[in-house]
Design a protein around this ligand. Structure first.
Ligand code: 0RQ
Length: 504
């Protein structure tokens, strides 16, 4: 395809970003492409932010509701948040400017399970959708849209929006065409039927989005890479965590509880998750598959090493140099990757059926194995629950990993009681820190507490946790999961008052 916009009828809608952004009115709900910093629109949101800034200086506030797939890039979340342009935001955001405004109570942030966003939008409970702004790689002659480096909720946004603005990004290699699998078989109950996917490498849809051409009001051409932060090189902590997980998986294979090639792996966001993937290169498992949400650098390494046969996800989440390499060599990767709508990549039915090995990060875990992934000190949003809940509850093995301390040792990641619960103890089977791995399967809360403290807590906090548990086990209202409510969150209180969870 020589010109990325091959559909003659749609070429007449090509315009500039300012004209496209001028179609959006204050108070609208806009839904965009974009998932973990890939495939988000880059020009129209910045033009919209300029309009908002102008209007804020004159006529008064210009804000919109912003729905996406997950996190986007500084040109979208960052630009709109900086001009106070976001009223409501869903479902996952990691932008530092937006985070600050959410935590100041200036943005209404709906932190939702990523698999549930599209179905809830279809139910109508989120309200009507005015404008979809979707990045695509190209438009075929018949009007079908070639997706970009993420799929996210694009299919649903294109279907539901009253009008559609497309950004056609020439930066994306046209060889990406054919990588995507867009399933159009979803329905609301009572018409919902089983999803016919039984292997991670299976295609059940079409490579393209369909969109009513009458709804497409503007097409803007861009030529810009996704902007993602590079992953940090794995440090000793990340390497130790990776080592514990690989030892555990090796043991599970030896016991006959996992096949030699493992089950499809899911890996969360962040440096530790990426380090674990890199660590799998030297592990004996092959050929692995991935049924996950994002494809990070570590997965590309595994594909390159021949350890990973294929990866199914909804988006890339790559360091800039790896994104460039992938884009350059797209032809050689295309048939080993499938990008699906996030409703499919994270679908509980599929995660359960395929038996994923889920590996996600956490903020803090308590001695019983309840996990907080989202709220620092119980109130300050970090990013959001993302897909961690979609996978954790339904996985074959649900692993959570973290350094045992944060903020230079001033915070223990293992606490008497989590200050907020995202994943209840029933959804948390294994906890790993650089100190060790706690396999909590088959253990009661009393047994869990001992294993979590012994294996996962940092030595600086171990004695404090043992002391708490001992006293709780004599002074608690019940002894099933002993707790001292007046003291359980005192570590957090101490941190907020003194800057450390350590005792004076
Ligand atoms: O803050 O950046 O200011 O230094 O949290 O922590 O240790 O770099 O870890 O990058 O793996 O992220 C849970 C946030 C971990 C991530 C979380 C502070 C710490 C640092 C990041 P700074 P690290 P990671 C599917 C899976 C939810 C979504 C999910 C996440 C920052 O994994 O967002 O799992 N998970 N999705 O200092 C205070 C603590 C802390 C703490 C860490 N106990 N107290 N601050 N931090 N622990 C993929 C998707 O859904 C898209």
């Amino acid at each position: 395809m020589s010109h990325p916009i091959a559909c003659p009828a749609l070429r007449s809608r090509i315009t500039d970003a300012d004209s496209a952004a001028a179609l959006i009115r204050p108070g609208e709900t806009i839904a965009t492409s974009g998932f973990t910093g890939s495939g988000y629109p880059k020009a129209v949101p910045q033009a919209l932010a300029r309009r908002m800034a102008d209007r804020n200086a004159g006529e008064g506030p210009f804000r919109v509701n912003l729905w996406t797939g997950a996190s986007t890039g500084p040109e979208l979340d960052g630009a709109l948040a900086a001009v106070d342009g976001i009223d409501q935001r869903l479902p996952y955001s990691s932008d530092p400017v937006a985070r600050e405004k959410i935590n100041r109570g200036e943005i209404n942030y709906l932190d939702m399970h990523l698999s549930q966003v599209a179905p809830m939008a279809w139910e109508g409970v989120l309200g009507p959708l005015d404008t979809a702004i979707i990045e695509v790689t190209g438009i075929r002659e018949d009007g079908a849209l070639i997706p970009s480096s993420s799929v996210g909720n694009n299919k649903s946004w294109l279907d539901q929006a009253r009008r559609v603005i497309l950004e056609v990004n020439r930066w994306q290699n046209p060889a990406i065409e054919g990588m995507h699998d867009i399933y159009y078989g979803t329905r609301l109950p009572p018409d919902r039927v089983p999803i016919p996917l039984v292997r991670p490498d299976q295609r059940i849809g079409t490579p393209y989005f369909a969109c009513d051409p009458d709804k497409i009001v503007a097409i803007v051409e861009t030529d810009a890479p996704d902007r993602n932060l590079p992953f940090a090189a794995p440090d000793d902590t990340a390497l130790a965590i990776a080592g514990h997980i690989i030892e555990f998986l090796t043991h599970e294979v030896a016991r006959g509880r996992l096949p030699a090639a493992l089950l499809p792996i899911q890996s969360g966001v962040g440096n530790i998750a990426n380090a674990v993937l890199s660590g799998l290169i030297d592990a004996p498992f092959e050929p692995m598959t991935a049924f996950t949400e994002v494809i990070q650098d570590g997965m590309i390494d595994l594909l390159d090493a021949g350890k990973l046969r294929m990866a199914s996800a909804t988006a890339f989440s790559l360091s800039p140099h790896v994104a460039e390499k992938l884009n350059r060599e797209m032809e050689s990767y295309r048939d080993r990757m499938i990008l699906r709508p996030q409703e499919m990549s994270n679908h509980p039915e599929l995660v359960r059926r395929l038996g994923c090995i889920a590996m996600n990060g956490l903020i803090e875990a308590d001695i019983y194995g309840n996990v907080n992934s989202t709220l620092v000190m119980g109130s300050r949003i970090q990013n959001g629950i993302g897909g961690s809940g979609d996978f954790a509850r339904n996985a074959y093995v649900s692993i959570f990993m973290t350094p045992s301390t944060a903020k230079g040792g001033k915070i223990s990641a293992i606490v008497p009681q989590v200050s907020h619960v995202d994943h209840i103890m029933q959804d948390v089977q294994v906890i790993v820190t650089e100190q060790g791995l706690a396999d909590l399967r088959g253990l009661s809360p009393r047994q869990r507490a001992k294993v979590v403290i012994d294996r996962c807590a940092h030595p600086d906090y171990r004695a404090l946790l043992e002391d708490y548990l001992l006293r709780a086990q004599s002074g608690s209202y019940g002894l099933h999961a002993a707790s001292l409510p007046g003291e359980a969150l005192s570590w957090h209180q101490r941190f907020m008052e003194t800057g450390t969870m350590q005792q004076g």
